[in-house]
Design a protein around this ligand. Structure first.
Ligand code: PLP
Length: 375
């Protein structure tokens, strides 16, 4: 099928909600994606930090085959084991108390907002400037960008924003109506913005002192993306609520909200598809591969290699693990140039975002660096 024919189908039948890059993908294997003409692309953004194990991972294919033959869905009227086993794994690897499974990141944030609202009489939630927490109305109320928010106002009341990586600005904004603070440990959609090393600890200290819930959004940073399993573990703090998704399913839609000391009562929250056995079995396998194949360490090592080499080339680069941002004159132009060279990345304004699968090897990094040097 030709690219223009695919575009025509979109123009006729699909919502205009997306503004896409000019590539249509037919299939993927490992670190590579292939378009309908068979052109090969090195995948350096992993479906926005999602395909942690790359494409068509044999272990995940096997899990999907096995579980889909056994059981895909029964709803939460009934007990299923994969959901509970995944919860146990999540609790063990995060050190949190309880897990609630969701279908996406934005649903994890919605769950967090509901739990915070339920728990605290103080209804105000403070989020950060340039934050991104999702697009459903609750999560959108905590997302900074005007272009995302404006057409849908009024959003949830009592949400306010303070400067990211500015503890004084947070301290000044806290009132006796503040019930929760939500923060990304590294801002992803804003263009890979890394705060000071003690930022999370300082937020935890203030929120604890003032009896305010800390909601940590590790939807993009979690599961090894930054060279740590989770960023908060390096800071040695514990949030009250933790939101996860993206790399957790390596392409299968799933997320989670974990909590400490607070929880829903029966009937207060739910969803038909939430925690279905197929999604949960896939996520269990993804986490197993990430751990058994030391992909967190690989993320740290390959991230360092990419950053050092980009630095040597004179690029304006920053990042942690495989969450890398490179400032350029024109983000979109650079991403289009890289597409011509057979490399896929994304951009936030004038930052090219490099978020490859955690399975990346030196030869793939070198292929990317070669393409970067030549455009
Ligand atoms: N939170 C963060 C930090 C994100 O990066 C994203 C997505 O980019 C979301 C929440 C929303 O997740 P989803 O797109 O799965 O709804």
């Amino acid at each position: 099928m030709k690219f223009n024919e695919i575009k025509e189908i979109e123009e006729r039948f699909y919502s205009r909600a997306f503004s896409r890059l000019p590539v249509a993908i037919e299939k993927g294997i490992g670190m590579y994606l292939y378009d309908f003409d068979g052109k090969r692309y090195l995948d350096m953004f992993a479906g926005i930090a999602v395909n942690s194990l790359g494409h068509s991972h044999p272990k995940i294919i096997k899990t999907i085959e096995r579980q889909s033959k056994k059981l895909m869905h029964v709803s939460n009227w009934l007990y299923t084991l994969p959901q509970l086993e995944l919860a146990e794994i999540l609790v063990r690897i995060t050190g949190m108390e309880r897990a609630f499974i969701t279908n996406s990141g934005t649903e994890a944030v919605e769950s967090a907002i509901k739990l915070a609202r339920k728990f605290s009489d103080k209804k105000e939630i403070i989020a950060m400037e340039n934050s991104f927490h999702g697009r459903t109305l609750g999560a959108l109320s905590l997302t900074w960008g005007k272009k995302y928010r404006k057409p849908f106002e009024p959003l949830l009341p009592k949400m306010k924003f303070v400067k990211y990586n500015d503890i004084d600005s947070l301290k000044k904004s806290i009132t006796d109506k503040t019930g929760a603070v939500i923060v990304e440990p590294i801002q992803g959609e804003a263009g890979v913005i890394i705060p000071d090393p003690d930022y999370l600890c300082n937020i935890r200290e203030i929120t604890e002192k003032r009896g305010i819930l800390l909601i940590l959004d590790e939807i993009q940073t979690g599961f090894g993306r930054t060279g740590e399993m989770f960023v908060f573990q390096k800071s040695k703090i514990k949030p009250d609520i933790l939101c996860l998704a993206k790399g957790m399913g390596s392409g299968f839609p799933i997320g989670a909200m974990l909590s400490n000391g607070i929880d829903f009562n029966p009937g207060e929250h739910g969803g038909t598809f939430i925690g279905n056995p197929l999604a949960c079995e896939v996520s269990k396998s993804v986490i197993e591969v990430i751990i058994n194949e030391n992909l967190v360490e690989n993320s740290k090592r390959m991230g360092k290699y990419l950053k050092e080499n980009l630095d040597d080339m004179g690029a304006n680069v920053r990042g942690k693990g495989l969450m890398i941002g490179i400032d350029v004159d024109n983000g979109k132009e650079k991403v289009l140039e890289l597409i011509d060279k057979g490399v896929l990345t994304i951009y936030s304004r004038n930052t090219v975002r490099v978020l490859p699968p955690l399975i990346i090897e030196k030869k793939h990094a070198d292929e990317f660096l070669g393409a970067w040097l030549n455009c």
